[in-house]
Design a protein around this ligand. Sequence first.
Ligand SMILES: Nc1ncnc2c1ncn2[C@@H]1O[C@H](COP(=O)(O)OP(=O)(O)OP(=O)(O)O)[C@@H](O)[C@H]1O
Ligand SMILES: [Mg+2]
Length: 262
Amino acid sequence: MRAIAIMNNKGGVGKTVTAINLADILVRDHGKRVVLVDCDGQANLTRFFAPCMDADPGEAVTTADILTGDCEPIWSDNLLPVREGLALLPSSSGLYDLDVDAIKDGVSAPENLRHFAESAREDDEADFLLFDCPPGYTVASVAALLAADEVVIPVTADAFSIAGVMAVWKQLRTIQRTRPGLRATALLTQTRRADVVTAGEEMLRNLGVPVFDAKIRRTDKVPESTMSLSPLAEYSPGSAAARDYRIWVRELLMMGGVIRGR
Ligand SMILES: Nc1ncnc2c1ncn2[C@@H]1O[C@H](COP(=O)(O)OP(=O)(O)OP(=O)(O)O)[C@@H](O)[C@H]1O
Ligand SMILES: [Mg+2]
C-alpha cells in the first residue's frame, strides 16, 4: 500500500482536484483499491464524493474521530463506501474543533492517523491511501504528513505557490530526520503555454525540489467537473486536464512506490 499526502501550504493550488482525479483514475483505469481521507475542515473532497453528508456527517465516522480515537476498532469499519474500489473517510467541522483544542489545551494525537494507516497496510485491503490536506499546518495536515510515505505537492507557477512548496519542503526535512524514507515531488497544476510556467519549474528544480514530468493544464472543464460532481475522466475525458491527469497517474505508478526525492 502507498500512503500519499497531497499537501501545499498555499491554498487553491489544486490539491483537492488532484486527490479527486488521482483516486478516480487509480480505480477506473488501474483497478486499484483506494481510500481517500479528507483532512480539510473545508470538506471539499467530502462534498464532492458524499454530497449528502454536506456539513452534517450524521452517524458517519470522520477524520476528526480517527484523530481523537472516537471510532470503530477495525480501521475499515470507519469508512464510507463511495463506489466499487473507492471509500472515503469524510471531513467534518470537528477538525476545526481539534485545532482549537490543540491551541487551547496543547493536546492532540496526530499519531492516531498513522496507526490507522498502519492498520490499513497490515490488512492489505487498500492499494492507496490518499490524504487531501488543507492549506497550512493543522492537526490533520501534520498527522497526514506523519502517516504518509510520499507527499505530492501541487503547485501553480507563481511565487506565492512556490513559497508554499518551500515551506512544506522545510517541514519535510524535519520529519525526514525520523523518517528518512519520506519522499516528496511537486506537481505543476493549472499550467498554460507561458514562459512563467517554464520559469516556475526551473526555479523549483534549482531549489532542489523534484518535479513530476507530467503537468496539469488549466481548463474550464476542471471547475465545471467540480460543479457536476463528476471526475474529469467522466465529465470530459477528452479535455486537456483529463488527459494530463491520466499521464501523471501513469508516471506516479511507474515510480513503483518510490517517489524521487533528495
Ligand atoms: N487544472 C485546472 N484548470 C482549471 N482550474 C483548476 C485546475 N485545477 C484546479 N482548478 C480550480 O482551482 C480552484 C482550486 O482548486 P482546489 O480546490 O483543488 O485547490 P486546493 O489546493 O484544494 O484548495 P484549498 O487549499 O482551498 O483546499 C478550484 O476552483 C478548481 O476548480
Ligand atoms: Mg482543497
